[in-house]
Design a protein around this ligand. Sequence first.
Ligand SMILES: Cc1cc2nc3c(=O)[nH]c(=O)nc-3n(C[C@H](O)[C@H](O)[C@H](O)COP(=O)(O)O)c2cc1C
Length: 161
Amino acid sequence: MREARVEEALGLLVCPCAVIGAKRGEVHDLTTVAWVTQESMDPPQITVALHPGRYVLELIRQAGEFVLSLLAHDQEEIAGFCGSHSGRDTDKIKALGIELEPSKEVHTPRLKRALANLECRVAGEYTSGDHVIVVGRVVAANTDPDLKPLLFYRYRITPWR
Ligand SMILES: Cc1cc2nc3c(=O)[nH]c(=O)nc-3n(C[C@H](O)[C@H](O)[C@H](O)COP(=O)(O)O)c2cc1C
């Protein structure tokens, strides 16, 4: 063991690579997130840490719901693009030709292909440090058991091997 910079050690937290989507009217944004975790079993809830400047946060607040899509090992392009463009000036879904389908319980459509889609209603929001922690009650989900996950590790988008 050796002393390390805090940032270096935090980069060793193995995070899922996901996109969070919210739709208000005809505007639908998808944004890459890695600071995601389950925080309650009963009821089933997750948290997502979003910087206050993210366009998707505006849509989540207006819609009161979101879909968190855990990406598969071969969906790096989606993670990279949705994490480097803002929905304020780019229709990311159109630009990538991402296929969607209706969700089961929320109005925001879900990805047709992903490791899992978690359909969530907003259960709370807390500002802490420089991010906003959004709590989502998971009200429906679907998965593809044949896919492997895409991860965020050492500050890199990393396919599961
Ligand atoms: C791998 C990766 C992980 C990211 N994780 C987060 C995150 O957890 N929270 C966040 O606020 N932004 C995160 N970002 C940055 C946003 O995805 C990025 O700023 C995006 O362009 C914001 O889009 P929007 O303005 O349409 O919401 C991440 C970016 C990448 C590439």
